[in-house]
Design a binder for this molecule. Structure first.
Ligand SMILES: Cc1cc2nc3c(=O)[nH]c(=O)nc-3n(C[C@H](O)[C@H](O)[C@H](O)COP(=O)(O)OP(=O)(O)OC[C@H]3O[C@@H](n4cnc5c(N)ncnc54)[C@H](O)[C@@H]3O)c2cc1C
Length: 429
C-alpha cells in the first residue's frame, strides 16, 4: 500500500486519493477497502473522471502483459494496463495498427475503453469501443464477466464509455487492422471561415480515412488548417526522441500575447499541400513534448470539448468561437472535426453524429468558468453534450441533458465504485 500523487492531465489541484493500490495480477481479487474504488489508467483524462479524492485509486499500469495475438485475424488479447504506445511499438513493424486511436498514445487499453475514445477517423470507423471484441469485467462482489457485443451485451454497453464505474476491466481483446507501412500521406488545406471548413471537410472525409482541423480560435474570422490522412505502403524513420518540460514553471507560459503569436505563426507557416510523414507526428503531435501540460503553470488548465448535432453544427460552432474570441481566452490547441453516424456502443459514449470542438484554456478562475457557462448555453440549446474525459466543471444539469441513457447506466454502477466526477454530477445537485 503506497500513497502516490496520481493526478489528472489538467493539473487543476484536485485533493488526492486517500490511498493507491497497485494491480499487478489479473487473477487477483479487488482489494477490500473501507471507502470507494476507482481504476486509474495513465491519467490522460483532463479532470476528475480519473480521480477519486478521499477514496482509493486502483493503479492499473501493472497489468501490462500481452496475452495472445492471432496473426490471421489480427485479434490481440492483452491486459488492461497496456499502453496503446506499447501496442504500436510491437505491432506497427509487423504490419498492424489500431483501428481507432486518440491524440495521445500514452493511454491504457482500459482507459480507452472506459471513455470510448475517438480518433481522427470517427467519420469512417466509429469510436474505440467498435474495435473491442471482448473484455473481462471484475466487480467488487468478486464476479467476473466476459463481455462482448453478444455476450453480456448489456454490461458491454455499460462499460464501454462507462467511466470506470461498472468495475475493473482486467483484460481485453482488440481487433487490429492491416497496414502496409508506418507512413501517412497527409493532405493539408488552409481554410478561412466555417463555411469553407465544412465544405472542405466534407471533401476530406470522402477522400481520407482521417480528417481533423486545427483552428485559430482567436482570429476574428475562424481560420485553420484541415489535415486529411491515409495510410500508405511506405516506411519512414521514426522521429527523433521526445523532448520534455522538466518542471512546472511558477506561472503560466500561456497568455493572450503568446497565444496570438503562436497561432499566427502556425497558421502562416508553409503548409505543403501533400506530404508523407511517419504516423507519430500525424496522430500524436503533442506526444513529442513530454509533460507539455506543465507549461500552464501551477494553476493548471481546462479542456472544453463539446459535440453538437449536424443540423445545429454550423451556427453553434460559430457562436462558440465568437464567444471565445470575444473573451480573449483560448488556446493554440483547438481542434475541430466531425463525428460520423456509426452508433457508439456505450450507454454513456461521448461521440454522436455532429461536430466536435475541443480547446484548452489556461485556468483564469472565475473568468474562465464564466466563459464556460456561455459555451454551455450554446451547446445545450443546440442539443449537444460535453466530454466527461475532458471535463472538470460541468454542472449536473448539463450532464443529464447530454446523456439521455444516464438512468439506464446507473443500474450498472458498482456500489463500491465512484469518482470525483461522478459525485460532482450525481450527488451535488
Ligand atoms: C494530449 C491528449 C490528447 C487526447 N486526445 C484524445 C482524442 O483524440 N480522443 C479522445 O477520445 N480522447 C483524447 N484524450 C483523452 C484520453 O484519450 C482519455 O482521457 C483516455 O481515457 C485516458 O486514458 P488513461 O489510460 O490515461 O486513463 P485515465 O485517464 O487514468 O482514466 C480514464 C477512465 O478510465 C477508467 N479506467 C482506467 N483503467 C480502467 C480499467 N482497467 N478498467 C475500468 N476502467 C478503467 C478510469 O476510472 C477513468 O474513468 C486525449 C488526452 C490527451 C492528454
Amino acid at each position: 500500500m503506497t500513497a502516490a500523487p496520481l493526478s489528472a492531465w489538467g493539473n487543476l489541484g484536485w485533493p488526492p486519493a486517500a490511498e493507491v493500490r497497485r494491480c499487478g495480477e489479473r487473477g487477483a481479487p479487488l482489494p477490500a477497502v473501507a471507502g470507494t474504488l476507482l481504476p486509474y489508467g495513465n491519467g490522460r483524462s483532463y479532470g476528475d473522471s480519473c480521480l477519486n479524492p478521499g477514496g482509493t485509486l486502483l493503479a492499473m499500469r501493472g497489468l501490462d502483459r500481452f496475452i495472445a495475438f492471432d496473426a490471421g485475424s489480427g485479434v490481440l488479447a492483452c491486459e488492461a494496463g497496456v499502453l496503446l504506445a506499447d501496442i504500436l511499438a510491437v505491432f506497427v513493424p509487423r504490419g498492424w495498427f489500431l483501428p481507432v486511436t486518440p491524440g495521445t498514445r500514452y493511454v491504457t487499453v482500459g482507459g480507452a475503453i472506459a471513455n470510448d475514445v475517438h480518433g481522427k477517423n470517427h467519420h469512417a470507423a466509429g469510436g474505440f469501443g467498435a474495435q473491442v471484441r471482448s473484455f473481462e469485467l471484475l466487480r467488487s462482489d468478486g464476479s467476473r464477466r466476459r463481455c462482448s457485443p453478444t455476450d453480456n451485451a448489456d454490461w458491454f454497453a455499460a462499460t464501454v464509455g462507462g467511466l470506470g464505474l461498472t468495475g475493473v476491466i482486467t483484460q481485453a481483446e482488440l481487433q487490429l487492422r492491416r497496414i502496409g507501412g508506418n507512413a501517412i500521406a497527409v493532405h493539408n488545406r488552409r481554410f478561412t471561415g466555417l463555411d469553407e471548413f465544412f465544405a472542405a471537410n466534407a471533401e476530406a472525409e470522402h477522400a481520407h480515412e482521417y480528417a481533423v482541423a486545427w483552428i485559430d480560435c482567436l482570429a476574428k474570422t475562424p481560420r485553420g488548417v484541415l489535415m486529411g490522412g491515409n495510410h500508405v505502403d511506405a516506411e519512414l524513420p521514426a522521429p527523433r526522441g521526445e523532448r520534455n518540460v522538466p518542471l512546472t514553471p511558477p506561472f503560466s507560459c500561456i497568455n493572450g500575447l503568446s497565444l496570438r503569436a503562436f497561432n499566427a505563426a502556425y497558421y502562416g507557416k508553409p503548409w505543403p499541400t501533400a506530404q508523407t510523414v511517419h504516423y507519430q507526428p500525424y496522430f500524436y503531435p503533442l506526444d513529442a513534448i513530454g509533460h507539455w501540460n506543465r507549461i500552464y503553470g501551477p494553476r493548471g488548465f481546462y479542456q472544453y470539448q463539446s459535440v453538437v448535432p449536424p443540423a445545429a453544427a454550423r451556427e453553434a460552432t460559430g457562436e462558440m468561437l465568437a464567444a471565445i474570441a470575444a473573451s480573449g481566452q483560448g488556446s493554440f490547441l483547438a481542434v475541430l472535426k466531425n463525428f460520423g453516424a456509426r452508433p457508439s456502443p456505450g450507454l454513456l459514449s461521448f461521440p454522436m453524429p455532429g461536430t466536435t470542438l475541443a480547446l484548452d484554456f489556461p485556468n483564469h478562475g472565475a473568468a474562465t468558468l464564466a466563459l464556460f457557462e456561455r459555451l454551455d448555453a450554446i451547446v445545450r440549446a443546440a442539443g449537444g453534450r460535453l466530454y466527461p474525459a475532458k471535463d472538470a466543471r460541468m454542472p449536473a444539469a448539463m450532464f443529464r441533458a447530454g446523456y439521455p441513457r444516464l438512468a439506464e447506466f446507473t443500474s450498472y454502477v458498482d456500489p463500491k465504485f465512484s469518482s470525483g466526477f461522478w459525485r460532482r454530477v450525481m450527488e451535488n445537485n
